[in-house]
Write a protein that binds this ligand. Sequence first.
Ligand code: UD1
Ligand code: CA
Length: 450
Amino acid sequence: MGTAIIVLAAGKGTRMHSDRPKVLHKLAGAPLLYHAMRAGEMIAAERTVVVVGHGGADVQSAALAFHGEAICVDQPEQKGTAHAVLQAAPALEDFEGNVIVLYGDTPFIAPATLEEMLALRAQGNDIVVLGFEAADPGRYGRLITRDGQLEAIVEAKDASEEELRITLCNSGVVCADARVLLDLAGAVGRENASGEYYLTDIVAIARARGLTAAAYTCEEEETLGVNSRNDLAEAEAVFQATARTDAMAAGVTLVQPETVYFAFDTVIARDVVIGPNVVFGPEVTIETGAEIGAFCHLEGCHIARDARVGPFARLRPGADLDEGARIGNFVEVKAATIGRGAKVNHLSYVGDASVGAGTNIGAGVITCNYDGVFKHRTEIGENAFIGSNTALVAPVSVGATALIGSGAVITRDVPAGDLALARARQVNREGLGQRLMARLRALKAKGGRA
Ligand code: UD1
Ligand code: CA
């Protein structure tokens, strides 16, 4: 039997003080929304429904960018979490199986936790709610349990003093059979302190109907929700701390872990060494044995085994380094393949290009890929040598084993094996340097100017 997720993401996020919908604020380089959707992806959810409201069009396009088959349903007016879940009914009409409700602003629910909840469902519990022991229960809903059964959830606003003393709180994550969930959500009323349709009411309704309910307890950290910029910064810190620990546990050396920033999807193999102050944007994969020096910024790139990058290098989307390639200091690479063992060691820009295996790119080489309107490609063959301070005006190609003298402006293709010289011929005038300097010094001594 399959599983579907409903991600509630209609809220405004007033306390963010932002024109941007809350769930589109970024955590580890990705909208908050992605983190919840990713949990669904990790448990191989067959259907993803996102309930959108504030900033609906933007949230919808973000949801679709993450998962092309996500179904977005609109909740123009936020009347409560049960009402939000009901908006998903049409999208689940033909769905048979379990549904898990997640919040778009709660990024850390672990896939393993969802699996545990599904296991409790499989053991015959009609509703499974994710709870946690709250250090400060405050405004959270309280889980009322008796003899290991979940009896009800009481919102803090509606709770008695005795109920408020309960520390087992509601995370908001719920799992139930699709038909059961929608049926129960439809039975919820709004006679409470907030006048909202509370999803939490489904537990008491279910129990009254003779259904069973259970709570699964996770660590409080997993349930951390983002309501303010401060929460967002806290969530980022939590994410990074976990990502660093996980990377090291998987065999990655972090020379100064607290200065390395990972993205939500960074993939690094064992025996990679990462120096201090390295920042990862989305979509980076690094294979074993590679070394990333200090102060690099990497995004959308692939680094094959034993390659070396940095210090002070920038790899932008589409940079693809083959085995043992070297990218040195103050080098930027974008949408370019760097062949096996090729070297771009100093002060260069390589964009929209391919560099063959074993080729050496000298200091200060620039691929001039942009004519102000169009982008053009530069193709460089294997074992070529591009002299320092060469401008390669694309579209242009340099054949294998070709040699370009330094200071060239290359506007025509260089055939394989050729030597290209494209600079003014040097002229030396005997003794003229010395005579010129003497004349200038004499002028200065008389108080004049050149
Ligand atoms: C909810 C739970 C509470 C739990 C807490 C955990 C209910 C009634 N209460 O309270 O027991 O302890 O979460 O954080 O469910 N949303 C919509 N549409 C709506 C209402 C909400 O999409 O009409 C979304 C919000 O954007 C948010 C999430 O659902 O992401 C939770 O809603 P919120 O109003 O913040 O619920 P809480 O009062 O925090
Ligand atoms: Ca909330």
